[in-house]
Design a protein around this ligand. Structure first.
Ligand code: NAD
Ligand code: MG
Length: 394
């Protein structure tokens, strides 16, 4: 079997590193062609040297020389590019089969879209792209013969337990509901009056998953689950009323699909992103991922409960944005990205994240989205307003 070639957008992040780990365990199946990062030139150069990458891209153009020097020092013959042009080139390289889209936030939109436009197998971790431009993304992939494989653990789980041909319509496939599980994050049972005082370090200390800082904060507010509900809407062509969230603190059941006949199918595993990454990389084959085997006899307490929307207003805001549609998810996502960054910089308190997102959503009109330029326009508008609020009140 031919070795498949891979680009990783966001190679230095948590998903990027886990992807390289899985590729390293399966050198006969995959070959790295291009790796990208935002500013960590040393880490990127090391990865390129280790995996013999042909192209390294640093998003910040001011760091191109630094990357060049770091590669030279390691004796790597990797070519260097930078900025948006570099990211688009890495995503669309004609000789690349698979693109892992693992940049965090709306910053990943254009390069992820380029992978879809060029008909790649797109391994989708960058959920924000689907939240803000899901309809366009799915259409672009379909028109260009790109196969989208979900990497987010919930969506990967759902993909594994959905029947073939689900894209034609969930009802036709006998599906009643899609149930996304949520761990509830580090503050699931903390008294709500204490939430105001939690620190970035506490918010990033997730009980089950080791992830980047932005998604860790999103998991603590449950905005992550809200973004995932919108992601599922587009990935699975799911009507909003068929999407549900259930709290499952142990993160063993990664999500479920309930069928018309009463069957509920779940996918389980140790909480380690290398399982969904390996699944998406090799699909429809199964490969070694390095993940610790699940021993259910040691998991004697698998519990489930309804989410508390008073404690986690972000989840309700995301459901609202999904139902409203148009530019509402763009506004939700942009305001959240600004709020989370401000919290991580200790400019706002943790419990200000949902109220700031809510204010921006109330403040901005709902407008139709015609194309990607509209997405970018409303993203910028919401960011500007959110930044003003952060500045005014911090
Ligand atoms: P991370 O912060 O660890 O890594 C982000 C990567 O994106 C880094 O390589 C960084 O260099 C790059 N990047 C950041 N800003 C950029 C910019 N402006 N331009 C270009 N590159 C940029 O994040 P992560 O945890 O790996 O998450 C990546 C994506 O995967 C997110 O969308 C997240 O929601 C999703 N995801 C992550 C996990 C997880 O376990 N970490 C699970 C499910 C989904
Ligand atoms: Mg997830």
């Amino acid at each position: 079997m031919k070795r498949e070639t891979v680009t990783i957008l966001g190679a230095t992040g948590s998903i990027g590193e886990s992807t390289l780990d899985v590729i390293g365990r399966n050198p006969k199946s995959f070959r790295v062609l291009a790796l990208t990062a935002n500013h960590n030139t040393q880490r990127l150069a090391k990865q390129c040297a280790q995996f013999n990458a042909e192209l390294a891209v640093i998003a910040n153009p001011a760091l191109e020389n630094e990357l060049y020097d770091a590669l030279k020092e390691l004796g790597a013959s990797t070519a260097v590019m930078s900025g948006e042009a570099g990211l688009l080139a890495a995503a669309g390289m004609p000789e690349v089969d698979i693109v892992m889209a693992a940049i965090v936030g709306a910053a990943g939109l254009k390069s992820t879209l380029r992978a879809a436009e060029t008909g790649k197998k797109v391994l989708l971790a960058n959920k924000e792209s689907l939240v803000i431009a899901g309809e366009f993304f799915v259409l672009t992939a379909r028109q260009n013969g790109a196969r989208v494989l979900p990497v987010d653990s919930e969506h990967n789980a759902i993909f594994q337990v959905l029947p073939a041909g689900f894209e034609q319509g969930l009802a036709q496939a006998g599906v009643d509901r899609i149930i996304l599980t949520a761990s509830g994050g580090p503050f699931l049972d903390m008294p709500t009056d204490k939430l105001r005082w939690v620190t970035p370090a506490q918010a990033c200390n997730h009980p089950n998953w080791d992830m980047g800082r932005k998604i860790s904060v999103d998991s603590a507010t449950l905005m992550n689950k809200g973004l995932e509900v919108i992601e599922a809407r587009w990935l699975f062509n799911a009507p909003p009323e068929q999407l549900e969230v259930l709290i499952h603190p142990q993160s063993i059941v990664h999500s479920m699909v309930a069928y018309r006949d009463g069957s509920v199918l779940a996918q389980m595993g140790t909480p380690d992103m290398r399982t969904p990454i390996a699944h998406a990389l090799a699909w429809p084959r199964r490969i070694e991922s390095g993940v610790k085997r699940l021993n259910l006899s040691l998991e004697n307490d698998l519990s489930f409960r309804q989410p508390d929307l008073d404690r986690f207003p972000c989840l309700g805001l995301a459901f609202e944005a999904m139902r409203v549609g148009e530019n509402a998810p763009v506004t939700l996502n942009a305001a959240n990205e600004v709020a989370v960054a401000a919290f991580l910089e200790e400019r706002i308190k943790f419990n200000r994240i949902p109220s700031l997102v809510d204010e921006i959503m109330q403040d901005l009109d709902v407008s139709a989205i015609k194309d990607i330029d509209d997405v970018l326009k409303y993203d910028k508008l919401a960011r500007t307003r959110a930044l003003e609020l952060v500045k005014r009140k911090s």
